[in-house]
Design a protein around this ligand. Structure first.
Ligand code: 4NP
Length: 174
């Protein structure tokens, strides 16, 4: 589900005349699109809203396991515990055409990266696809751990990592 948050529309400003700006677009990708990537999408749109920034956000899974489903209850509860509502998000599968629709694609782990490359069917990604933890080169973990089979603590760990990564991303996009 695409979400565009237009908090500042330059066309509203008479000083800007007819100038329009295209907001940066970011797709978050994991395996199921019910835990990590909807948390990442929710985090990014929340932080963008806090900063009055306009970013087009979406998320997808490399699998079709949970297409159409809302995020995992534990992901929803974790985010709600930090004041972020992700109940509106619905899972979908990544498609090669996403590369045309987004400026940046962030995957959570190396296996997501392999799956995305497989789904691209040999098409070059033009440098658009990267591990989200590449935004945090100093962090000890290079991949966001899959919390699906673990307890609530795993979701809190994912939350903390995504909070840092999305903050850095917005610094870059500003
Ligand atoms: P996610 O977690 O990739 O962070 O959404 C998972 C969700 C579901 C499954 C695996 C990982 N699954 O196998 O159904």
């Amino acid at each position: 589900m695409d979400a565009v948050f237009l908090f500042k529309d330059p066309t509203d400003d008479p000083k800007e005349g007819m100038m329009t700006t295209v907001p940066p677009s970011v797709l978050m990708v994991c395996l199921g699109n019910i835990c990590r990537s909807p948390m990442a999408e929710g985090m990014l749109r929340h932080l963008a809203m806090q900063r009055s920034m306009t970013v087009r956000t979406d998320s997808a899974g490399t699998s079709n396991f949970h297409v159409g489903e809302a995020p995992d209850t534990r992901a929803v509860q974790c985010m709600a515990g930090h004041g972020i509502d992700i109940r509106d998000l619905r899972a979908r599968q990544f498609v090669a055409g996403d590369l045309d629709r987004f400026d940046r694609v962030f995957v959570m782990d190396r296996s997501n990266l392999q799956h995305v490359r497989h789904l691209l069917g040999g098409r070059e990604d033009g440098g658009k696809v990267s591990l989200i933890m590449d935004l945090l080169p100093g962090h000890p973990l290079r991949e966001v751990p899959d919390p699906y089979y673990g307890g609530d603590q795993g979701f809190e760990q994912v939350y903390a990592m995504l909070d840092q990564a999305c903050s850095i991303l917005l610094d870059e996009l500003r």
